[in-house]
Design a protein around this ligand. Structure first.
Ligand SMILES: Cc1ncc(COP(=O)(O)O)c(C=O)c1O
Length: 429
């Protein structure tokens, strides 16, 4: 029989060690999956509340989507962008229909990294300025530029440092200087952005790029007026606003299709990947027409707009529409948030619980204090796995648990998951 140990032994011989799997000495070797469940190679079943990092958005091997993927696979598999396929146009039309404001023209790639690269390219060509400002604790991907845009030490490898990227203070209210109100945290962020523009640029910028809720950063939710206060400064410096919706897009935050809509501002460019295609490799950049048109010259992506990926993604979005998953995210997200708030009141190892919709986090601290507790975070995620529940980790200090079930999660599964979370918390307290 093939065991986890035997596969991991082979894995270590042939894979880069930097791609470290979760769960230390007992990693999960996945064998198969269906809807909300994954089975490991030894036949154990897990309830998946991380969805391959917020990517399997409407269930593993979803029958309705698989059927349409297979039909496309048998009809037309690949053309590259040198020929047009109708399914690509249909998907672009759908994305333009659902995104807010004047966002209208799409460029398809294969990952969030490439979607962000494309967004920065477009912003730089449109404005004629090179400087891009992102936020501390951001995660933007793994190319050299995307690692530069990212602002978490563990994710910046190879001496990466794009000379035109700056990082502004993020609205991490839980770790702001003691005693500050939400308004004062926003004041601090505004001041920092103004100072960066005044002191380390020539006064003009290409873009300000932000995740509406920082994902890998630990589901950091900005105060209500944060983006409304930041954007006038960005526009004043000639910059466009790129909303990185790789984690927050497609209804995840509840009630609205895109995370940034919760803050009542309109981006000039949005980027997507992950949950948009329910697990098929996709990146998408959508821009207002004049920005898209400014990318004059030659660029292409061999697999971008691949008909099979397009069909899978269109099927995923149509499934979300038909099942009104943004509403489910709001309803089940509230159910989870209420439970987590109860746990926060009960267990002093929790510093804060926070989130929006089906994007909820627990930040672990040394009991009663605010010192990050990464060790307990790992132990907690491992304990939940032992009890049959898969969760994610995150945060610059490795002390945040990310809970992000499928967008069509049921109330029953939510209750099962929260019971497991409660029992793991009790064990580790
Ligand atoms: C907000 C955000 N942007 C971009 C990326 C990069 O996406 P990918 O891993 O598909 O390149 C990620 C990946 O986690 C992400 O969370």
């Amino acid at each position: 029989m093939t065991t986890t140990a035997a596969i991991m032994d082979r894995y270590s011989q042939v894979m880069f060690p930097a791609a470290t799997p979760y769960h230390g000495d007992s990693p999960l070797v996945a064998d198969r999956a269906k809807d909300q469940y994954i089975w490991d190679i030894e036949g154990r079943r897990y309830l998946d509340f991380f969805g391959g990092i917020l990517t399997v958005s409407v269930g593993h091997c979803n029958d309705e989507i698989t059927e349409r993927t297979l039909a496309q696979l048998q009809k037309l598999q690949h053309t590259s962008t040198i020929y047009v396929n109708e399914i690509m146009v249909r998907l672009a039309e759908k994305v333009a229909e659902l995104t807010p404001g004047r966002l209208q023209k799409c460029f398809f790639t294969n990952s969030g990294t490439e979607a962000n690269e494309t967004a920065v390219l477009a912003a730089r060509m449109y404005t004629g300025n090179p400087v891009v400002i992102t936020l501390r604790h951001a995660y933007s991907g793994r190319s050299m530029l995307a690692m530069s845009l990212s602002a978490q030490r563990p994710w910046r490898l190879g001496g990466v440092n794009d000379p035109y990227v700056r990082h502004a203070r993020n609205p991490y209210t839980f770790r702001a200087p003691a005693g500050m109100s939400l308004e004062q945290v926003v004041d601090l962020c505004v001041q920092d952005l103004e100072e960066i523009i005044a002191t380390s640029t020539e006064g003009r910028i290409a873009a300000f790029m932000a995740e509406p809720i920082q994902g890998a950063g630990g589901f950091i939710v900005p105060p209500e007026d944060y983006f409304r206060r930041i954007l006038p400064i960005v526009r004043e410096a000639g910059g466009v606003f790129i909303s990185d919706e790789v984690q927050t897009g497609w209804g995840r935050t509840g009630g609205k299709w895109f995370g940034i809509e919760q803050w009542g501002v309109e981006p000039d460019i949005m980027t997507f990947a992950k949950g948009m295609g329910n697990g098929s490799p996709i990146g998408c950049t959508i821009a207002i027409p004049e920005i898209a048109d400014a990318v004059a010259g030659l660029t292409f992506s061999t697999f971008g707009g691949n008909p099979v990926t397009m069909a899978t993604t269109l099927a995923t979005i149509e499934y979300m529409e038909a099942h009104d998953t943004p509403t489910n995210c709001a309803v089940q997200g509230q159910r989870m948030a209420n439970k987590l708030a109860e746990f926060a009141a009960e267990f002093p190892i929790i510093g804060e619980t926070r989130g929006m919709g089906l994007m909820q986090a627990i930040e672990f601290v040394q009991p009663g204090g605010s010192e990050p507790d990464a060790g307990r975070t790992i132990a907690f995620v491992d304990a939940c796995k032992e009890k049959g529940l898969l969760l994610g980790k995150g945060g610059l200090y490795g002390n945040v648990v990310r809970i992000a079930p499928h967008l069509n999660v049921s109330g029953e599964d939510m209750d099962i998951a929260m019971d497991i979370v409660a029992s793991a918390l009790a064990e580790l307290s």
